[in-house]
Design a protein. Sequence first.
Length: 319
Amino acid sequence: MENENKIQQYGRERALYGRNYVSLCSLSKRMPGRPGCREKGFCGMDERIYLARAALHMWEEPCISGTKGSGAVFFSGCGLRCCFCQNHDIAIGSRGRAVSVERLGEIFLELKEKGAANINLVTGAHYVPQIIEALDMARRKGLDIPVVYNSSGYEKTETLKLLEGYVDIYLPDYKYAESELAVKFSHANDYPERAMEAVNEMVRQTGMPQFDAEGYMKRGTIVRHLILPGHTRNSKKVLKLLYKTFGKQIYISIMNQYTPVFEQKEYTELNRCVTRREYEKVLDYAFELGIENGFFKMVKLPERVLFLRLIMKVVRKMP
């Protein structure tokens, strides 16, 4: 009982410390310097929690969704807001419903009751103190499944440190190794450096990937990279940087599902999907680097069967 009280007190202190961050609008990498969070900031949100969706999600990596589904909680707003965002309406905060901290905790428990393999917090950096409070409430009522933190990668390490002990699996993006692209598409010239700092902190917290008997990840970091049309050079640089820095400490998810959500007037190369040849070029490079721990979509070519077996080196086969 004494240990439980200490843990609860620690959680309250962590949430209070986080709320002091909110008062300075400094949870995310964007710091406009405005006093308080009562007005909307760069992320598009104020101090109230807004959710766009909460449901079982079947389309994450196999060790996250599996056959059970991931308990995805999509938070409205985003501190990066890329011009090509695949969840544009959610990112700009135009979709969402206000919920209390208590209701957020209940949603976590409801997702567990539905059989979710984990709780998947999607783009929640600007709500970290409230998330901590909600997780504490839910844990006191029996929440005992892994927590996934799903983000753009553009995070403050101070914010990530608030989540230590609360998050089991980190699922960040690493979008750019080329700062020129980060400026063009996300107005964040420091993205490569800041995202690398964030992934380093995530790996420090989770350690080597761990899986349960069914093949679901229990702890670890999976870094996602979305290939952009016309920018395979950037993708190759990203893969090389991640693999040389972290090796088998992380899994790398190479994604080709980029979809133009609206017509780009300035960056016209983004008005098409990634071609099969572009995707193959990036996968071939991953193979040349020696990447084994990773995920990607099947390419229907016989000569790639060996590559698929090598890169999809998951600890155990999913049911």
